[in-house]
Design a protein around this ligand. Structure first.
Ligand SMILES: *[C@@H]1O[C@H](CO)[C@@H](O)[C@H](O)[C@H]1NC(C)=O
Ligand SMILES: *[C@@H]1O[C@H](CO)[C@@H](O)[C@H](O)[C@H]1NC(C)=O
Ligand SMILES: *[C@@H]1O[C@H](CO)[C@@H](O)[C@H](O)[C@H]1NC(C)=O
Ligand SMILES: *[C@@H]1O[C@H](CO)[C@@H](O)[C@H](O)[C@H]1NC(C)=O
Ligand SMILES: *[C@@H]1O[C@H](CO)[C@@H](O)[C@H](O)[C@H]1NC(C)=O
Ligand SMILES: *[C@@H]1O[C@H](CO)[C@@H](O)[C@H](O)[C@H]1NC(C)=O
Ligand SMILES: *[C@@H]1O[C@H](CO)[C@@H](O)[C@H](O)[C@H]1NC(C)=O
Length: 358
């Protein structure tokens, strides 16, 4: 029978045909176990196709075929040349004595399932069923946002992904170090310490591909400051005090002399604030500058302070040395940096001309 003639017959027998098809393929299952001696049912290998690709469904004809159709579950896609499916992605490729091939372009997840080619020959019905398996690359669909938490909080990161086969999901702390990890959608960090701040990476992976996303965790904590040092400076020299703070968010600095706040722009001094360091500089230390200074570092979580003692160092000039040991004792704080043998030596050298004159 020519394809045209066959087509005409098909139209007439359409309703009968679909009834027969439904009988042949109850609820879309492969008819393998039907045990009908009158039919010849074949199960083909599964077809695995990636989402977005095109799949060809090919069915051998042979014998004298009176009717033929491709079905998706129990709904007819093509009955012979005649398209029943309203889906534009489905089209006829070949229909002749040998084969009946249709194609589905841009395959999607919902296309997964059993497809049946039902053939009615002059002698008996025959079905060929094939299962389409759709593979989908992983895609992270639900990810925790970047977080800012206080130290000690319980933190849970979440990463959910779609894909087929179902992707496996893992978490890793990638920056600063890679030691914290979890093979789960959820990463729970109890009482988060400051060194767990950083960039966390979620990986969703299956046989096809991987999807990777990152989340940043910022851990806030109150400042701590480096221990202040006592600083000896000679009158008229430069005196510098450096106060280093560790804090998130970055600390603000305040400087006090005794209980009095001091500000940038005061005569002869300058306060320079960097990210984690504050520097108090006296360009020309005067008598009144000596004393006890306190650096306070604060952020919204708290504060810390440390004190510096700016003390006078008496330079062993001839004039001070002339006053003898008294001057050295007066600057009691000041001799700390100087070894006594050196003092004696300098004293001798300074006094030598005097001694010689006597
Ligand atoms: C085809 O795929 C279905 C569904 O995943 C599965 O049950 C069946 O065992 C597979 N058959 C073959 C021949 O691989
Ligand atoms: C196959 O049937 C399923 C379920 O009805 C449907 O979602 C899907 O779009 C169909 N695919 C084709 C290619 O007809
Ligand atoms: C993401 O996960 C949250 C918490 O489980 C849930 O409330 C939300 O509906 C999810 N969003 C999406 C798009 O799945
Ligand atoms: C953090 O989790 C632990 C254990 O589940 C719980 O005992 C603790 O109260 C939680 N801390 C906070 C701040 O929620
Ligand atoms: C430092 O201050 C003293 C006293 O005010 C002044 O005599 C001296 O010239 C100053 N030195 C410098 C380098 O500014
Ligand atoms: C400096 O001042 C701080 C704060 O007022 C105080 O705790 C510290 O004992 C003082 N140091 C000296 C050496 O006086
Ligand atoms: C400095 O810190 C101590 C406790 O460490 C606190 O008692 C004091 O009030 C602080 N001083 C300032 C000026 O913040």
């Amino acid at each position: 029978m020519s394809a045209r003639g066959y087509f005409a017959v098909l139209w007439k027998s359409m309703s009968l045909f679909s009834l027969r098809i439904l009988l042949l393929v109850p609820t879309g299952l492969p008819v393998h176990s039907q045990g009908d001696s009158q039919s010849d049912n074949k199960v083909m290998d599964n077809i695995t196709v990636r989402q977005g690709e095109t799949v060809f469904l090919r069915c051998a004809q042979g014998d004298i075929v009176t009717h033929t159709a491709w079905l998706n579950r129990s709904s007819i896609l093509y009955a012979g040349e005649d398209k029943w499916s309203v889906d534009p992605r489905v089209s006829l490729v070949t229909l002749n004595q040998e084969e009946f091939t249709i194609k589905i372009v841009n395959v999607d997840m919902t296309d997964e399932g059993p497809y049946v080619c039902a053939v009615q020959t002059s002698s008996r019905p025959r079905t060929t069923s094939v299962h389409i398996l759709v593979q989908v690359p992983p895609k992270i669909i639900n990810l925790s946002r970047d977080l800012v938490v206080n130290e000690g909080s319980n933190v849970t990161l979440m990463c959910q992904a779609s894909g087929k086969p179902e992707p496996s999901i893992s978490w890793k702390l990638i920056s600063p170090s890679g030691d914290l990890a979890s093979d789960d959608e959820y990463l729970e960090i109890q009482a988060i310490p400051r060194h767990r701040a950083g960039t966390y990476e979620c990986t969703a992976i299956n046989e096809i591909d991987a999807d990777v996303q990152t989340v940043d965790i910022t851990v806030n904590y109150a400042p701590s400051v480096s221990e202040g040092r006592d600083i000896g400076v000679t009158l008229g020299q430069i005196g510098v005090m450096e106060c280093e703070a560790d804090a998130v968010p970055e600390a603000d600095f305040e400087w006090y002399k005794d209980d009095r706040r001091i500000f940038n722009g005061f005569e002869g001094m300058e306060i320079e604030n960097g990210d984690s360091l504050s520097k108090l500089t006296f360009f020309n230390v005067s008598e009144g500058d000596y004393g006890n200074y306190t650096c306070v570092a604060l952020n919204k979580l708290g504060s810390a302070n440390t004190s510096f003692l700016l003390y006078e160092v008496i330079e062993p000039t001839s004039s001070t040395l002339l006053q003898g040991p008294r001057a050295v004792q007066d600057g009691s704080g000041g001799v700390q940096g100087m070894h006594s043998p050196t003092c004696l030596l300098l004293l001798l050298i300074a006094l030598l001309p005097l001694l010689l004159r006597i």
